[in-house]
Design a protein around this ligand. Structure first.
Ligand SMILES: [Zn+2]
Length: 294
């Protein structure tokens, strides 16, 4: 028997006895190998667990980041949608206002008998369907700028026109009946005929006399046969004369608007009863007032 080996005998019920020899140190080695394997397995499992935890943490962070991004994207989407809606509303509002402006312009043209300049309601050549919001805004701003220039030009023209019209004596200066017209008539104070240089409007003493147009008072005093008289200069060679007044209510130098009350009807001067003697003078020549009055 070998001293450094361990004998293992196998004794079957019948047959030959089998004998094995294994070294004494073998179980010790097997034990060491088992411990090493166990350590490796434990280390590997620990590594796997650490790896798994780390991945899970990483995933969680990523999920949170994705969720934050999704929220931001959704907020931005809704902001973009709002901007688009605002942009569309703005666009519609701008076009609506421009149409309103065109209508007002047309009304003013009719009212002031201003020849149309043909610019109103001009078609917009910009293709809004295929433009991005920035291009749309730029185009809108350009359209508005052009509209403003057009309207400023028109308003200046309209201002001039209405200023001109306001200085045309076309409203009756008193509300009574016309008792004597312009032209040759029988002399009311004697025999024969005379040239009547205005119209007479008969009304009761103290009734209102109004200015037939805008202008500046150049005379307001007792003026011979005219009695208490007012003369207004309307510019462009036009003047109006209001005579036989019981009262003059305006002073020389005053600017009078069409329709302002300037005096009261009377019978001062060469007059046979309360009436307004009214003249229109063009370049200091009397003309028939009924050609102007509406
Ligand atoms: Zn008269």
């Amino acid at each position: 028997m070998k001293k450094d080996k361990l004998s293992i005998l196998i004794l079957p019920r019948s047959g030959k006895v089998k004998k094995f020899y294994i070294p004494y140190s073998l179980p010790k080695y097997i034990g060491i190998v088992a411990v090493v394997i166990a350590i490796i397995i434990f280390a590997y499992q620990s590594f796997l667990k650490i790896k798994k935890d780390s991945l899970e943490r990483e995933n969680k962070v990523k999920e949170e980041a994705i969720s934050v991004l999704e929220t931001e994207i959704s907020e931005k989407d809704s902001k973009i949608k709002n901007y688009e809606e605002d942009g569309n509303n703005l666009k519609e509002e701008v076009f609506k206002k421009m149409e309103e402006l065109d209508r007002i312009k047309e009304d003013l043209e009719k009212l002031g008998d201003i020849p149309p300049d043909g610019k109103g309601g001009e078609g917009v050549s910009f293709d809004f369907e295929h433009a991005n919001p920035k291009e749309e805004l730029l185009a809108l701003s350009e359209i508005l700028d052009n509209k403003i220039i057009e309207m400023e030009g028109f308003l200046n023209k309209a201002d001039e026109r209405f200023e001109y019209l306001s200085r045309i004596p076309d409203i009756f200066p008193a509300s009574g009946r016309i008792s004597s017209g312009f032209g040759i008539r029988r002399n009311p104070f004697g025999r024969g005929f005379e040239f009547h240089k205005g119209i007479d409007i008969a009304d009761c003493q103290g009734a209102e006399i109004i200015a037939a147009a805008k202008g500046k008072v150049i005379l307001s005093e007792y003026y011979g046969t005219y009695g208490n008289c007012i003369i207004i200069d309307h510019g462009n060679g036009l003047k109006t004369v209001y005579g036989h007044n019981s009262k003059n209510l305006v002073n020389v130098g005053a600017t009078i608007n069409k329709g302002d009350v300037i005096g009261e009807i009377g019978s001062t001067g060469r007059s046979s009863g309360p009436h307004l003697h009214f003249e229109i003078r063009v370049n200091d020549e009397q003309v028939d007032p009924l050609k102007y009055l509406k």
